[in-house]
Write a protein that binds this ligand. Structure first.
Ligand code: HEM
Length: 405
């Protein structure tokens, strides 16, 4: 089975595909084929270290074209290697790791409060969709992107579509392709306008004026990179829906979030990102002949780092299928321990530069939700692991009774 092409199995089994394959092969690196190419699946802390080892793997030849044209965008930082990546990455690390993080979380908290006021005594709302809109409002305010209300709604819808459609072939992909085309076109125009004006301190201005080698990148590429800030910020809605799922399944976590301090909130956000599925695995291509745990990996082989498997491996986590924020209390995870957003150093490798923002937004909004008097009416909160990306099936419908907060 492992040597047959597994592309269809990935589509059918989703998050369980690579962990199953590894289990059946007895653990350790497992050889397989995906998209007609030889691949090796690896998992664990040493595997993450190997995956992010300097010069071991390249990305631009490893990413499927559909993923580039739905999720990432052509010419974006995810598709760059070596010097090109080194010149582009500081744009993100400088914008996404400093004072701006708290500012964005504060704005998102305000937008959540304003939205929650409109939920009172109304029909049930879908928390996932509401949160995507809250985050779209917050991040466009924060980045200085001038959008009218209807454009913000379209941005939220389109960014959700880009993330929702990257891992399948079918109507969701078609929707993602259209969404990307529309948003890239709209944002390119905004960027061209901003370039005609002097620089300001906004993220929009920084992206619009960014140059890799002295001359600004073309407006379409700048739009791709602006979307690389807007889209994943909106995607934090997935984690907020998962946080709501955890507080509904195990209500003691809601009480602890209400009563808890910042340390508990941080531990909770780490556990949401460990426990719930998002990126199933990451891929790179061996740039030269390599060895991992005694297994030869010839140049050109695809290397798949099993992210979902990593977070549910009993060798790495005590009782991995138990949702337990306490495992992170008083302990900051190391560079290769908790890898929902990649591993290693975000300044030099491909690790997500938006992790601080994700943690701040997820913490702020989970805390707000825990403090909001609400209930979940009967609904299907099940999560299908064969669907990438996964989400509670009814997207968390919730009701907010009047006069409470
Ligand atoms: C890269 C996950 C939020 C911006 C990545 C990677 C993952 C990831 C798995 C790839 C790491 C690799 O290829 O080695 C997530 C998840 C998020 C999230 C699950 C929460 C929903 C954010 C946010 C931002 C962001 C909020 C920006 C505001 C980026 C960028 C890259 C990236 C620009 C490309 C980095 C590079 O290739 O060097 N993210 N991310 N992400 N993320 Fe995030």
């Amino acid at each position: 089975m492992a040597d047959l092409d597994q592309t269809l199995a990935v589509a059918l089994k989703g998050y369980a595909w690579l962990p199953d394959l590894r289990r059946r092969a007895g653990g350790g690196p497992v050889r397989t084929r995906v998209m007609g190419q030889p691949a090796v699946g690896i998992c664990g802390t040493a595997a993450a270290r190997f995956f992010y080892g300097t010069g071991n793997l390249e990305r631009h030849t490893a990413l499927p074209s559909l993923v580039v044209h739905t999720l990432f965008g052509a010419g974006g930082v995810q598709t760059l290697d070596g010097d090109a990546h080194r010149r582009r990455k500081p744009l993100f690390t400088s914008l996404l790791t400093g004072d701006g993080v708290d500012r964005l979380a504060k704005i998102a908290g305000e937008e959540f409060d304003a939205a929650a006021d409109t939920w009172r005594e109304g029909p049930p709302v879908r928390l996932f969709d509401e949160t995507a809109r809250i985050l779209a409002r917050a991040v466009s305010r924060w980045a200085g992107v001038p959008l009218e209300d209807r454009e913000i709604l379209a941005l939220a819808r389109d960014c959700v579509a880009m993330v929702d459609g990257f891992a399948t072939v079918g109507p969701r992909t078609a929707r993602a392709l259209v969404a990307r085309r529309l948003q890239e076109r709209r944002l390119s125009k905004i960027i061209a306008g901003v370039r005609a004006k002097p620089r300001t301190t906004s993220a929009l201005s920084a992206v619009a004026h960014h140059s890799d080698d002295g001359s600004p990148v073309d407006p379409r590429t700048a739009a791709v990179e602006l979307l690389n800030i807007l889209r994943p910020t909106i995607a934090v809605a997935w984690y907020v829906a998962f946080a709501a799922h955890a507080m509904d399944m195990w209500p003691r976590h809601q009480s602890r979030m209400r009563a808890g301090d910042d340390d508990y909130t941080l531990a909770f956000t780490h556990e949401v990102r460990r426990f719930y599925p998002f990126a199933p695995f990451l891929g790179g291509r061996a740039t030269r002949d390599l060895f991992f745990q005694g297994e030869p990996i010839p140049a050109g082989t695809l290397v798949l780092l099993d992210v979902y498997g990593h977070h549910h491996d009993p060798e790495l986590w005590i009782d991995p299928y138990r949702f337990d924020p306490d495992r992170f209390l008083g302990r900051e995870p190391g560079e290769f321990d908790l890898i929902p957003q990649g591993g290693g150093d975000p300044r030099t490798g491909h690790r997500c530069p938006g992790e601080k923002i994700t943690i701040a937004l997820l913490g702020t909004l989970s805390r707000r939700l825990a403090e909001l008097d609400h209930y979940l009416p009967p609904q299907d909160t099940g999560i299908t692991l064969s669907r990438i990306p996964a989400l509670p099936r009814d997207r968390i419908r919730l009701v907010v009774p009047e006069h409470h907060r």
